[in-house]
Design a protein around this ligand. Structure first.
Ligand code: PEP
Length: 298
């Protein structure tokens, strides 16, 4: 059992209750379920069996700057829909605003749903008014942190170097970093997509392979637009190759999520693309019916 996967017994939890630090509530092994039969047939571009089909899908919600305590009712409905059959099939994570992490973690106790945050400061503590460290989010009950979301890269000018520092901070706090990368519309139109992804991977990823990568074309986020399935396949295959080149065997086991206007109506076809190991869902994660619809498609 790895450093990130040991059960801990936080003082504030009832006796006998274990939570898992790092990844989602199950240990890392749970990201690698036995290959479901419908995925065994998948092949990669070379016609070889797609070994990544064994990664258990992760459906992660990103509530962005939405939600007060009233929104916890939606979280409770998501948990109610995350039944035994769905638990076996996929991991569910909901990344709520920092103000809700503690309350959401309490609501999610024993449900199998894990709670994440959307950003953190790179340092563990200090004179950084208004910022929140990964350690604080872990203490509040988070299991994962989104880092490098394009809205933070745009709104706050976050660089690859800063994203990498935040990813390292998440790991330091035993949380799973979900590192976001993706090209702008202009970059796609000028044929730079793969070069942008390569640069962002090189600059944003931490040393450890205990991460999740989210491919989110900036122009697809919140717009209702999505790349073609062929474009998603190309990007994910490229990211997989880069991860394998950088981390070796461990790179082949890193979940790669697709994000950008995923909805119940398009989830099945997107999630069926090779090397798409789940989804990062913004708008459609705010309503339990939509989020569960996406989960049902996984
Ligand atoms: C996101 O916020 O990461 C995202 C993918 O948003 P949406 O699903 O709304 O496009």
């Amino acid at each position: 059992m790895g450093r990130l996967d040991r059960p801990i017994q936080p003082a504030r939890l009832p006796a006998g209750l274990k939570v898992w630090i790092g990844g989602s509530s199950p240990p890392m092994e749970d990201y690698h379920s036995p290959k479901p039969p419908h995925l065994l047939a998948r092949t990669n571009r070379n016609g070889r069996a797609n070994r990544m089909a064994a990664i258990k899908p992760l459906i992660a919600g990103n509530w962005k700057m939405n939600g007060t305590t009233a929104a916890l009712a939606e979280l409770a409905s998501m948990e109610a829909g995350y039944d035994q059959a769905m638990r076996v099939r996929l991991n569910m994570l909901v990344c709520v605003p920092a103000t809700l992490v503690s309350a959401a973690a309490t609501v999610a106790l024993n449900s199998g749903v894990t709670i994440g945050a959307q950003d953190c400061h790179a340092k563990p503590s200090g004179a950084h008014t208004g910022d929140i460290s990964a350690e604080m989010l872990a203490d509040a009950g988070a299991s994962a942190i989104i880092v490098g979301h394009s809205e933070r890269r745009t709104d706050h000018g976050e660089t690859d170097e800063q994203v990498r520092a935040k990813a390292e901070a998440a790991l330091r706090a035993h949380l799973k970093p979900i590192v976001c990368i993706g090209e702008t519309e202009a970059q796609r139109k000028s044929g730079e997509t793969l070069a942008v992804l390569k640069r962002q991977l090189a600059g944003s990823l931490p040393e450890s392979a205990a991460i999740v990568v989210a491919y989110e074309p900036v122009w697809a986020i919140g717009t209702g637009l999505t790349p073609t399935l062929a474009d998603i396949a190309e990007a994910h295959a490229f990211i997989r190759a880069e991860l394998a080149a950088r981390f070796g065997e461990a790179g082949s086991a890193i979940p790669i999520l697709y994000g950008g206007s995923v909805k119940p109506a398009n989830a099945a076809e997107i999630l069926a693309v090779a090397d798409v190991n789940g989804a990062l869902v913004g708008g459609a994660s705010l309503k339990a019916t939509d989020f569960l619809g996406i989960c049902q498609a996984a």
